[in-house]
Design a protein around this ligand. Structure first.
Ligand code: PMV
Length: 336
């Protein structure tokens, strides 16, 4: 947990924490089948949770500011509310041993919802961090990741675990399901643009559809997943060498393979072409697909790519930069 992620006002007894968004650089979907994936944090878009003490007997109240709703821990509510309730319940039990508390948890997020940018994951991570702060506990990023994974399971069915890992550690991660994450070396600054189609998409639907198609055409799908796995390995080398041109080509190849498994959409393909034509080194859909956002690798000398995307159908364009690593990569302990 870094200083920027937490704040506690000791006089008015509130505790606040945040968590950043993420995008998958390469390897989505294949990662569910055991291939590696690389995900990167989007630290400039964040979700925040604030915990305030309530009077005895008031119980646990969750206020989802962006959804304009407020509910208790037990109250039956929407699927979104259920995810928040599950996160809070699991975190309270893990951190304090019970849910018998009187607190208000207020959550808000600047990360667009249901776009593959980790909004739900960041909200859950911010909640765990803020509760940890409030109850003066210091769970490790791996412990936070494991707690948030339970919420991911509820939201996505069979998540690989890549989202909670990259959000909890807030570092570029090379991820293989069931293995400890590896934090990768970045050899040179890389500028990414994230362009929003404006369409919300449910990762769960895309993952289930891919699973159905994989059952029908197992050999073909496994061939595609293994090609994606190979390009992820190459992308790791390109990142280590700061080789934007090579990384861009690999992103393009990854998009082709995601088209083959039918998770792209006309609006994603359109923004990918716009980004490439405007001078991006490479572009692909990112996350579950069917909608959401594309990820483009931009050349520093081509600032007009973002403008071109906005003029050609992108609802919004965000940017994030990977800075070169200062320290040697290391292997994190168990728990993801
Ligand atoms: O949550 P999203 O839309 O970024 O998708 C997660 C990536 C998938 O590989 C499609 C699913 C998973 O659990 O890894």
């Amino acid at each position: 947990m870094t200083i920027e992620n937490v704040a506690q006002d000791r006089d008015s007894t509130f505790s606040e924490a945040s968590a950043g968004g993420k995008v998958i650089l390469v390897g989505e979907h294949a990662v569910v089948y055991g291939a590696p994936a690389i995900a990167i944090p989007v630290s400039n878009l964040r979700a925040t949770a604030r915990v305030t003490n309530l009077l005895p007997g008031q119980g646990v109240v969750i206020e989802a500011t962006d959804l304009g709703t407020e509910f208790s821990l037990e109250e039956a509510a929407s699927p979104e509310a259920l995810a928040l309730q599950t996160t809070v319940r699991n975190a309270l039990v893990y951190l304090t041993g019970n849910t018998d508390h009187d607190v208000r948890i207020e959550v808000r997020s600047k990360i667009p919802l249901a776009r593959g940018m980790g909004s739900g994951t960041a909200v859950a991570t911010a909640i765990v961090r803020a509760l940890a702060r409030h109850f003066i506990r210091q769970p490790s990023p791996a412990e936070i990741s494991a707690l948030v994974f339970e919420t991911e399971r509820l939201l996505h069915g069979t998540p690989s675990g890549v989202d909670n890992t990259v959000v909890a550690h807030e570092r570029p991660v090379y991820f293989v399901k069931g293995r400890p994450p590896e934090f990768i070396r970045i050899g040179g600054a890389l500028n990414f643009l994230i362009a929003d189609t404006g369409t919300m998409a449910r990762t769960r639907d895309a993952v289930l559809d891919v699973q159905r198609r994989w059952r029908l055409e197992r050999a073909r799908y496994e061939g595609i997943f293994s090609r994606i796995g190979k390009l992820v390995e190459e992308a790791r080398e390109a990142l280590a060498g700061g080789d934007a041109e090579r990384l861009g080509c690999l992103m393009n190849e990854n998009h082709d393979l995601l088209q083959e498994i039918q998770v792209s959409s006309p609006s994603l393909d359109h923004l990918v072409s716009v980004a490439r034509d405007a001078g991006a080194v490479g572009a692909k859909l990112t996350g579950g697909g069917y909608g959401g956002v594309i990820l483009a690798l931009a050349r520093e000398e081509r600032p007009e790519v973002a403008e071109t995307l906005l003029q050609n159908g992108a609802l919004a364009v965000y940017s994030t930069t990977l800075q070169p690593s200062k320290v040697a990569p290391r292997l994190e302990g168990r728990g993801g």
